[in-house]
Design a binder for this molecule. Sequence first.
Ligand code: FHN
Length: 456
Amino acid sequence: MMKTYIFSGIMTIALLLMSGCSQPPVDYLNESEEDIKARMEWWDEAKFGMFIHWGLYAVPAGEYKGRKVEGIGEWIMNSLQIPIAEYEQFAPQFNPVKFDADEWVSIAKDAGMKYIVITSKHHDGFCLWDTKYTDWNIVSATPFKRDILKELAEACEREGIRLGFYYSIMDWYHPDAQSIFEPDYNQGRGSGNVNPNFSRYIEEYMKPQLKELLTGYGDIGVIWFDGEWVPDYTTEMGKDIYNYLRNIKPDLIINNRVDKGRQGMEGMDAEGDFAGDFGTPEKQIPATGMPGLKWESCLTMNDTWGYKHFDHNWKSSETLIRDLVDIASKGGNLLLNVGPTAEGIIPDPSVERLKDMGDWLKLYGEAIYGADPSPVDRPEWGRYTVKDNLVYAHVFDWPANGELNVADINGIGVAWLLSDSGKSQLLFESKENGIVLQLPETAPDEIASVIVLERN
Ligand code: FHN
């Protein structure tokens, strides 16, 4: 398939003239803490989102010409060194006739997720929307011919779920961004081998595409960058793009990977002056969170982001629920991934786990949504979250003797089981090393029971 790109220099000038763009750009890199807090309030409250990795890589689903990729499925083009001319063959095979945006949004909403971040363009450069800037997209290059992001945006709007777009800066397909060693898509990256036209990729492709995504798909909440590690991309580019996007949509939230923010400490260089609004620890939960910073752990449910037909290494619902509690107790958000199949189906094991998480959150969500991190070290039996004058004790290990030692975080007047709508008072005794609660013999929830401690 011919790679057709519309170099947009003339278009950019025309658009600027037509838009009557006369206001000088705002420098958002020095935004006040007050403005940042107001802009991120919905995100802070939300705590739990769905990550969706979906694209052409779902067609091979981790296996190509009899070879199975050992790593993550969405990297198959690089892992198996598939030449672009061969990888293009997946486009006419991509026809996700079972895709139903309302069903995906319903699964997320029932799970208690408040936002969705989907790969608009992953490293293979394939675009899941009807972009004007390349034919390498789902409408032009596949028999499906529908704008996935448009349908998802409309479904999210109907259900009150915020939508964000993942966008890979690294692009193995675009001639101005791809490795000069194609099909070795990463070879030489480490030695500073860069694409001489990368700046043109940024200015005449990446920025116009991001503007398409921010102005044509409703009230987009987040741009989630990735692939920032390539040597072609600089922190100066990142800070410029941060301001470029915020001047298009001032209330937009942008992750730290718009810049080189995750160098050093995984997820976020705490003292860095990078652009970006939150850290992105990946496939991990920082031991002590990221004190003083906003952050979001992105986790998989098995071992891959993009669908692999033979990855059956699913985490249990217990693990996933306790991960959510752990993250909330440390002040972070959880972005939990699903990798839909080439037909457009979210795998059953993912759906089952998400339903379990939603059932738990229907009972105990008040101890997660909008809660603040624990001001004290985690207890050996579980975690704490706090909200106003309430402390929530999330008990993973229910005491056999019925006695639970809890920290006296902000004084205690009354205590009850969150699952007990009647708020029957639990007996407790204040001792010098804290408070001892008298608990019923059986835990209300075998994964995580929640006790509320209310200050006098
Ligand atoms: O290379 C990508 C990978 O495919 C996946 O998208 C993860 C998700 O955060 N990010 C990059 C690896 O850090």
